[in-house]
Design a binder for this molecule. Structure first.
Ligand SMILES: [Zn+2]
Length: 86
């Protein structure tokens, strides 16, 4: 008897999760167009050739090798403020 009851409850829980799956599917479908829109936006802020570069973790200067966050494009590449010929 007790087993029959627990099976019945299991069946109910199963039908409940079916309803949740339907909701999740709808949310995923709504998210997809937004994700597609985000991708092109990520590419836009970084042009192929920039005169200025900011690296949050720091990056090596092309002239002196010093690790700096802000670099500018010069004849030898991206250099620090000290090496940039202003
Ligand atoms: Zn430098």
């Amino acid at each position: 008897m007790a087993r029959d009851r627990s099976l019945d409850e299991f069946a109910r829980a199963d039908s409940d999760s079916d309803g949740d799956d339907g909701d999740d599917g709808g949310a995923d479908a709504a998210d997809d167009p937004a994700s597609a829109d985000d991708d092109p936006n990520f590419a836009d802020p970084e042009p192929a050739v920039s005169t200025y570069a900011f690296s949050p973790g720091g990056a090596a200067c092309a002239a002196c090798g010093e690790t700096v966050e802000k670099r500018w494009r010069d004849e030898s590449g991206l250099v620090c403020g000290d090496c940039k010929a202003w």
